[in-house]
Design a protein. Structure first.
Length: 177
């Protein structure tokens, strides 16, 4: 009797186990997502990657009016892009500036390089920042592009508003491909 009970428990346990995944040559049903390979963008110093700049960054508080403050605006912008919050992302662009067209992509990530030096012109300050974009197109193809984005803020001049004295994305330059 005990042998029959043990055999019945073993069979019941075997029947309740999950079935193995289908063999690799079987088609995945249309309603199931196809697993995508992890993204692997070019590393700094490699073609398509950011410059290989190993200069240590300064520790301590970041001046929101300095180059690192501009870099933080780009970090916020791409955080909004990645989360699908285009309304908030678009608020970080200068009024009238042509925005980066991300419509061909279903997944976009960015690596942001070290900001360049500040340059002034006509009451404004500009800074160029290298950016590496990577992700997947709507068709699922991986992409990577290295370019730059320019941020602008109005100098602290009489009559300027607090909003004008904040960094805004002014221009993006990425090779077409």
């Amino acid at each position: 009797m005990k042998r029959g009970l043990v055999l019945a428990l073993l069979l019941a346990g075997a029947c309740s186990q999950e079935t193995a995944a289908p063999p690799a040559n079987e088609a995945i049903p249309a309603n199931e997502a196809v697993p995508e390979t992890p993204l692997n963008p070019p590393a700094p110093g490699e073609p398509g990657g950011l410059p290989d700049d190993r200069t240590p960054i300064a520790e301590g508080p970041i001046d929101p009016t300095g180059p690192q403050g501009a870099g933080q605006v780009l970090q916020r912008y791409f955080a909004f892009v990645e989360s699908g919050n285009s309304a908030e992302a678009n608020k970080l662009w200068s009024e009238g500036a042509p925005k980066l067209d991300l419509s061909p992509y279903k997944e976009v990530h960015a690596n942001i390089g070290a900001p360049g030096g500040l340059e002034g012109a006509a009451g404004s300050i500009y800074v160029d920042i290298p950016v590496q974009l990577y992700g997947r197109t709507i068709a699922g193809k991986e992409f990577s592009a290295q370019g730059s984005m320019t941020l602008r803020r109005v100098n602290d001049v009489p009559g300027s508003t607090p909003e004008q004295r904040e960094w805004h994305i002014y221009r993006s330059e990425f090779p077409r491909g």
